[in-house]
Design a protein around this ligand. Structure first.
Ligand code: PXL
Length: 289
């Protein structure tokens, strides 16, 4: 059981979608449950996320982001990790770049989840140029967490449907790390139709690992954010890259399974809240009887 008295702190830079769990409404509870303090910088405020809902409101909060950065700097706040997700504009990519320059230290971690696409398609609000801007941000990251569609966009490659081969996945992992990040986690990896999960690559050791679990039917919204938040929770609780990815795959899969069994609308997000007991056991934050 961990008894660290030092409380780690994350800066989470994502949108706040009021309904339909994703982004901040996923990152904040997961990191907090994992014993990590989280400061939030909203990139936009929406009534719902944009995946499958119509008529949602969208307030761009770009104008608040430099003032947030300046104020946090004046308070000399230190972050153990900077975790970015959904960014709504090119200007936000620049602002986040500046945020990295302001708060990066030798011993902290920049995790970029290049949220922009899935299932071979860019999210509606983005143009193909946005992927080039996102690539620049990824160059500064220590860890990136793309899905396969995002990986292809970052690399300027044409998306192809799975099942994939190990050779293809390994080529993607290595090409992505050549952009700059020493660690790459690729989600949505599958070699046959039954199992799905994540692949990790550590460019320093050259190690590649996979965690695949039985696939659950349906495309559930916000699962990329659930995964990336749990991955960061693992890393900040001193688990290795591959252990953290395995913990995050199991947490996400358990949450999806519960949501599937309850018959919930796939747009509403997954029931990750009731997976906290298993997450905390895996993170060794509670005693296992
Ligand atoms: O979970 C990705 C995501 C985050 N934020 C917003 C989104 C999406 C995906 O559609 O629309 C606003």
């Amino acid at each position: 059981m961990s008894n660290q008295s030092y409380l780690k702190r994350v800066a989470a830079i994502h949108d706040l979608s009021g309904f339909g769990k994703c982004s901040l409404t996923v990152a904040l509870p997961i990191l907090s449950a994992a014993g990590i303090e989280t400061s939030a910088m909203p990139t936009a405020i929406l009534s719902t996320h944009t995946g499958g809902f119509t008529g949602f409101t969208y307030l761009d909060t770009t104008s608040e982001m430099r003032p947030f950065t300046k104020h946090w700097k004046s308070l000399d706040i230190r972050f153990d990790a900077i975790y970015t997700g959904f960014l709504g504009s090119f200007e936000q990519l620049d602002i986040v770049n500046e945020f990295f320059d302001t708060f990066k230290r030798e011993d902290n971690l920049i995790l970029v989840d290049p949220v922009m696409a899935d299932n071979g398609e860019l999210y509606k609000i983005f143009t193909p140029d946005f992927a080039l801007g996102m690539r620049k941000l990824c160059e500064k990251a220590d860890i990136i967490v793309p899905n396969i569609t995002e990986a292809c966009l970052l690399l300027g490659e044409t998306y192809q449907d799975g099942p994939y081969t190990e050779a293809y996945i390994e080529k993607l992992l290595k090409s992505l790390s050549q952009l700059g990040p020493k660690k790459v986690v690729l989600t949505g990896v599958y070699f046959e139709d039954e199992n799905l999960g994540a692949a990790t690559y550590d460019a320093v050791t050259g190690q590649i690992d996979y965690t695949l679990v039985p696939k659950i039917p349906g495309y559930y919204h916000g699962t990329g954010d659930v995964f990336a938040s749990a991955l960061l929770a693992g890393l900040l609780n001193d688990f290795s890259l591959s252990e953290s990815a395995a913990i995050a795959v199991r947490f996400t899969a358990e949450s999806i399974r519960r949501t599937y069994e309850a018959g919930t609308d796939i747009r509403f997000g997954v029931n990750f809240e009731q997976s906290f007991p298993s997450l905390l056991k895996e993170l060794k934050l509670v005693k296992v009887p």
